[in-house]
Design a protein around this ligand. Structure first.
Ligand SMILES: Nc1ncnc2c1ncn2[C@@H]1O[C@H](COP(=O)(O)OP(=O)(O)OP(=O)(O)O)[C@@H](O)[C@H]1O
Ligand SMILES: [Mg+2]
Length: 480
């Protein structure tokens, strides 16, 4: 027996569904039109009766190749109706014992001659016909799928909303933590710098004493302490600068200054570093460039960083500094390009050189030192002033780092009033009042100033700021 599957009987639409399927099958099996029509009508009548049986119903369709017969099992889980429509039409009509809870009535009808050819393709085609979903079944299946989809999408929306909320909370927590860290470091500025200044200051004084006494061994050791102290202070300054920028507490102090003079100062400062690796430095400053308004300390620091990197990563090579006028975002501006013929930066690393603590190569720290803070800080400074730093580089050939800044930097923060330095009258006693909460700092500054020949008065807090000089004058504040 070759099973062709079941025709499900679910509702009134099953009558037409069963009729159409049996009609198509009968045609395919070669019954003449009259027999095919009668068969389809008998089956649809039987379906109508099965619908009233009160239980799940179906028609199992099969082919018996020898002798060739079409076999239809009318099955129901309810009470088997009489199925009068089938009587007298089928060659044989027999009761079938209950199977899987279905009671059945089997009708078989001889196949027309010549018998169909039961190829795999033919059987597959008839099986597809019998088991195909009816239009109504298709619609209800689509509706069921739609409902499922709606439920899924509602669940998905809910999950996405939950995740978004979780991410938002995690991001807020991370931002809070980052702000707290930056705030803490920015506040620690004073606490970290003061002892470092004490180490540097005292070692400098002791170094001079040791040199005066001709104690070269002690002088050498003190020199190392002094150099290490300076290195650590530079590092602390970098980390603090970064924290201040991140905490939004880095202010701009805008002032007018001459570009050629500023460039000249930086070039003089960098000279020793350039020579250290047997490099040469060529400087070209556009003669048409005059003054600009910006935070000169930050411009100087950024330019110094680029030149010190060029000097550090180049050996027996050439460094060029070209300073020229160039518009920045439509406004008058200046471009300061530092090119070198040094080691260059690999393309896959170039995007990372402006990230904090990022060095192009793991070996950089070992071979060249540094912490990877120079460029990120310099770039943030330039961005604060409405400019930027860009880079182009080829491994083994060299790099060009370019600062671009507007000539008139807009103020983003209230500039602090410039602090007036004390100008003692030439004939008066020169008195300096030193205020600091750290006794070491007071002592150190006091001793250094005494060497410079001034009278020093110290105080550990601003409450004592009522001090007046014997002449009755109050000193002007000079902060550091
Ligand atoms: N002129 C250059 N040539 C080749 N590589 C460079 C050059 N300038 C920067 N780099 C690469 O970019 C990295 C980051 O530079 P950055 O100035 O931020 O840090 P650093 O010089 O290593 O340390 P720091 O400046 O904090 O002392 C360097 O470590 C180096 O790998
Ligand atoms: Mg650097």
């Amino acid at each position: 027996m070759i099973s062709l599957g079941h025709i499900r009987i679910r509702d009134r639409s099953s009558v037409y569904d069963a009729r159409g399927k049996i009609r198509g099958l009968a045609d395919a099996l070669g019954y003449d039109r009259i027999v095919a029509t009668r068969l389809a009508t008998a089956v649809s009548e039987a379906v109508r009766e099965l619908l009233g049986s009160g239980g799940e119903a179906r028609i199992a369709v099969a082919l018996e190749p020898s002798p060739g017969r079409l076999v239809l099992d009318f099955q129901t889980r309810g009470a088997m109706p009489h199925l009068a429509a089938l009587a007298g039409f089928f060659d044989g009509l027999t009761q079938r014992p209950a199977q899987d809870g279905f009671a059945g009535l089997r009708g078989s009808l001889r196949l027309p001659a010549p018998a169909f050819e039961a190829t795999d393709a033919f059987i597959a085609e008839q099986r597809a016909r019998v088991t195909a979903l009816s239009r109504e079944e298709l619609i209800s299946e689509i509706q069921r799928k739609n409902r499922e989809l709606e439920q899924h999408s509602a669940a998905l929306e809910e999950t996405v909303a939950q995740r978004t909320e979780q991410l938002k909370r995690a991001m807020e927590a991370a931002e809070d933590a980052s702000r707290a860290k930056s705030g803490f470091l920015a506040n620690m500025s004073h606490e970290l710098r003061t002892p470092m200044n004490a180490i540097i200051g005292y070692s400098e004084m002791l170094m001079e004493d040791a040199e005066d006494e001709g104690n070269e061994e002690a002088a050498g050791d003190l020199k190392k302490i002094h150099a290490a102290g300076n290195h650590l202070l530079a590092l602390i300054n970098d980390v603090l600068d970064l924290s201040k920028i991140e905490a939004g507490r880095m202010d701009l102090y805008l002032e007018e200054f001459e570009i050629p003079a500023m460039v000249g100062e930086v070039v003089t400062t960098i000279d020793a570093l350039v020579k250290k690796n047997d490099n040469t430095l060529q400087v070209e400053v556009d003669p048409s460039l005059g003054g600009m308004r910006a935070d000169v300390t930050k411009v100087r620091q950024a330019l110094f960083n680029l030149l010190s990197n060029a000097a550090k990563f180049t050996h027996e090579g050439e460094i060029r500094l070209v300073v020229a006028a160039e518009a920045v975002e439509g406004a008058d501006g200046v471009r300061m390009a530092v090119s070198d013929s040094g080691i260059g930066i690999p393309p896959e690393k170039i995007d990372h050189v402006f990230e904090e603590f990022s060095q192009a190569d793991e070996t950089t720290t070992r071979d060249y030192g540094g912490t990877g803070l120079g460029l990120p800080i310099s770039r943030r400074f330039c961005q604060m002033m409405g400019g930027d730093i860009t880079v182009e580089s080829t491994v083994g050939q060299g790099s060009t780092f370019t600062i671009r800044l507007p000539l008139q930097v807009e103020s983003v923060a209230e500039p602090e009033q410039p602090v007036a330095a004390p100008h003692p009258e030439p004939d008066e006693e020169r008195v300096v009042l030193v205020v600091d909460d750290d006794p070491n700092a007071l002592d150190l500054l006091g001793r250094t100033l005494q060497v410079a020949g001034v009278r020093v008065v110290t105080a550990t807090g601003v409450r004592r700021w009522t001090w007046r000089a014997p002449c009755g004058r109050r000193p002007s504040p000079w902060t550091c």
